[in-house]
Design a protein around this ligand. Structure first.
Ligand code: PMV
Length: 326
């Protein structure tokens, strides 16, 4: 009863921010993303009577408190599906800094969904697996598919799922993850979703979503990076506007966050096809065509305060593996 799976994180071009049901992670709006190839988690899970209780090893550290409870709640859901009550051991390894606004919970829970179902001998269709991953972390619903993905908000557990729009090889754009901090962020996404309604900017953000979804779909269909970039930038800024103007206010940005944004805007004025977006943290995603990647990544490393970059392209769906973490 042991299995291992690998799943990519994803970058949202139309963001999920605010929940109508925080237990089921039913979102206030549909969202749209690209699954990443190099930013991923590998998760091993084993259900066995040999464990006295659930053991949750995240990046080599025994998780405690809310981070452990979140995984245990998810294991409880899987155990209920399989009608077993065995304790489990989970070990997750991720290729990028976790809890820094790079959607590590998306890759973690997508991989745990695939590994957990396999370890319990359960099989479900892809749509159902996406709803299950969503119970761990909303954005994990989208990481259940490769390439370009839309999560349909829905209103109940069964109809809030992600679906693939285009496969990874449809459009090989580059997403350069620009790491300016590897410190876990002070305010988690769980808390951030809960505070979103307290911001006057949240209604503005939500009012832009239908148009942004339509524009993002068109941009992907026609491979128009200028259009996708415009949507992704406004979406990133609106999300941070909500965080900054909520109660209490949350400012994720560091000086280097601003430095990277300014550099991207300068490059664009010089005629380079480069855009940025941010999830809920200080780190930045920079979008550019593959032929510009080396030049842009080198330039980003020279921005003061940038620690390192990670070059990603559209990635595939989660896969089961046979090399376990323990
Ligand atoms: O899946 P969560 O609850 O960690 O929410 C993450 C939400 C953002 O990353 C900020 C945006 C998104 O749509 O991925």
């Amino acid at each position: 009863m042991k299995a291992t799976a690998k799943a990519g994180s994803n970058i949202a071009f139309v963001k999920f921010w605010g929940e109508m049901d925080p237990t089921l992670h039913l979102p206030l709006n549909s969202s749209l993303s690209m699954t990443l190839d190099q930013a991923y988690s590998i998760v091993t899970v084993e259900f066995s009577p040999h464990y006295a209780q659930d053991e949750v090893d995240l990046e080599g550290v025994q998780a405690e408190g809310p981070r452990r409870e979140r995984v245990v709640r998810f294991l409880d859901y899987l155990r209920a599906l399989a009608r077993v009550s065995l304790p489990a051991r989970v070990a997750a390894r991720t290729t990028f800094p976790v809890a820094t606004g790079l959607a590590s919970s998306a890759s973690l829970f997508a991989a745990l969904t695939v590994a957990g179902l396999a370890a319990l001998g359960l099989s479900r269709d892809e749509r159902t697996m996406s709803t299950i991953a969503r119970l761990g972390s909303g954005s994990a619903a989208r990481s259940m598919f490769g390439g370009w993905v839309e999560w349909v908000a829905g209103g109940r557990h069964e109809d809030s799922y992600a679906q693939p729009l285009k496969p990874p090889d449809w459009w090989p754009i580059t997403d350069i993850l620009v790491i300016v901090s590897s410190e876990p962020k002070e305010v988690s996404s769980v808390a951030g979703h809960g505070m979103a309604a307290s911001s006057p900017c949240q209604t503005v953000r939500l009012s832009r979503v239908p148009e942004h979804l339509a524009l993002a779909r068109t941009a992907i269909e026609t491979r128009d990076l200028g259009l996708l970039g415009r949507v992704a930038e406004e979406e990133g800024l609106l999300l941070h506007a909500v965080a900054m103007t909520g109660t209490p206010p949350v400012l994720h940005w560091l000086p280097a966050t601003v430095g990277v944004i300014r550099r991207v805007l300068d490059w664009r004025r010089e005629g380079l096809p480069v855009y940025y977006t941010l999830d809920a943290g200080p780190n930045i995603h920079v979008l550019t065509p593959p032929e510009y990647t080396a030049q842009i990544a080198a330039g980003l490393c020279r921005v003061e305060g940038v620690d390192h970059t990670m070059v990603c392209q559209p990635g595939g769906p989660p896969i089961l593996g046979d090399v376990h973490n323990f």
